[in-house]
Design a protein around this ligand. Structure first.
Ligand SMILES: [Zn+2]
Length: 410
């Protein structure tokens, strides 16, 4: 199992210095039966505390008592934990992190970016828990690692020598994984091109104004088909029978394969963009708005535009490039990248055929070229520019050469 560098989804909490960044690692563990049982017990402990805390918090809230994270933890440690001796066998770090996680979940809920925290159900919710070494660094490296509470544990693949403060264990489709953050000092990379326009697509993952095309991997389409078949198989089994569980595990594994393939191809694209270009110009797509369109929804969520944007954001700050998001209504596919002529371009038309300068270009390439010239074209429009993770609004400079083009859509 490959180490995969995950998208850092809680980007808002991350501090992006010029080149200091966090890498998230996730890799599969090689456990014996005893260790697997212990992992399950720990995950069960975490789930138990989560449900207790959520229930207690809700009951208190009904009586108009708002409990802070530390009040809740204190009450639990002094009055609840002693009642359940089995909990003292397991690592106490597990429940400490449950209170932190629950607090974070509530914060996200109050900010309106997540649903209300829910109770966790055995077999339904994902099994995961976090531990640390009580403030001491956890050293990792090679294939055998000494972890707090668990002792020596193997991974299938060699990890780079590093240290981290906390580690999270999780179960996916019957396998256990460890994930952690690592602070890495990134150096800006030499760039092969100043500006690049990126047109994100449905049939192709991305078309670059340099002429490069990133296709959706074939293995991905294949894996999707297999997943659909396995899901059909599962639906024909007797609910909760032995064969049903077997089929369910297969579905979970196929799901993971699909997600891994998708994530790999997206990482490949976004790393290439951030490492080799000084400025990356992409459309600011209203992804959630597009997904409401039922017809396109599957293909769009597959291409995972949101994931691409997040990754380009954090990777460009790592490698010393910047991201410009083109105004949402910038007609990148309707303009001629050569002369600025504008015409309607229905989705079925794959070639841009310009009547005013007779240029014939692939539709996606034309759009990416327009994006590359975005800042000089879009005078007066406001570009959102991410430089080192900060988001100032930069009014674009006027460019007399393109004034005439502007009047057509300004
Ligand atoms: Zn033209």
């Amino acid at each position: 199992m490959l180490i995969c560098i995950l998208a850092i989804d809680n980007g808002s909490n991350m501090i992006y210095n010029s080149s200091m960044s966090y890498l998230a690692y996730k890799t599969q563990l090689k456990l014996n039966n005893q260790q697997t049982t212990l992992m399950r017990q720990c995950a069960g402990y975490g789930r138990w505390v989560w449900n207790w805390a959520l229930d207690f918090k809700q009951k208190a809230y009904k009586e108009d008592i708002k409990l802070t994270k530390s009040q809740l933890r204190k009450y639990y440690t002094n009055h609840v934990k002693p009642l359940y001796p089995w909990q003292s066998i397991l690592s106490s770090r597990i429940y400490q992190y449950v209170f932190i996680d629950l607090d974070e979940a509530y914060k996200r809920f109050f900010k309106g970016i997540a649903k209300h925290p829910r109770f966790k159900k055995k077999g339904k919710s994902s099994h995961s828990f976090t531990i640390d070494a009580g403030g001491k660094p956890i050293n990792l490296g090679g294939k055998l690692h000494k972890l707090p509470f668990f002792g020596w544990i193997k991974t299938y693949e060699k990890l780079p020598i590093c240290s981290t403060k906390k580690i999270t264990f999780s179960e996916q489709g019957g396998d256990w994984f460890v994930s952690f953050f690592m602070e890495v000092d990134f150096l800006p990379t030499p760039k092969i091109r100043e500006k690049v326009g990126v047109d994100l697509g449905i049939s192709k993952l991305a078309t670059l104004s340099s002429g490069m095309v990133f296709e959706n991997p074939k293995a991905y389409t294949k894996a999707l088909k297999r997943l659909a078949r396995l899901q059909r198989d599962l639906s024909r089994k007797v609910f909760q029978s032995k064969n049903w569980y077997k089929a369910k595990l297969k579905v979970a594994k196929a799901h993971r394969k699909v997600a891994d393939l998708r994530s790999n191809s997206i990482h490949h694209l976004t790393s290439y963009l951030a490492k080799n270009h000084s400025q990356i110009i992409m459309e600011d797509l209203n992804v959630s708005g597009l997904i409401k369109n039922r017809h396109l929804s599957k293909a769009l969520s597959d291409a995972a535009f949101g994931m691409i944007r997040t990754q380009v954001e954090y990777k460009s700050s790592r490698y010393g490039s910047s991201l410009v998001l083109a105004f949402r209504f910038f007609p990148s596919s309707q303009l001629c990248s050569n002369c600025g002529h504008r015409q309607k371009m229905p989705l079925s038309v794959r070639v841009y055929d310009c009547p005013s300068c007779n240029v014939k270009l692939d539709r996606d390439l034309n759009a990416s070229l327009n994006l590359e010239q975005y800042e000089s074209t879009a005078v007066g429009l406001t570009a959102l520019r991410f430089v080192d993770g900060v988001l100032p609004t930069v009014p674009c400079e006027a460019n007399s050469k393109h004034q005439s083009r502007l009047s057509r859509f300004g």
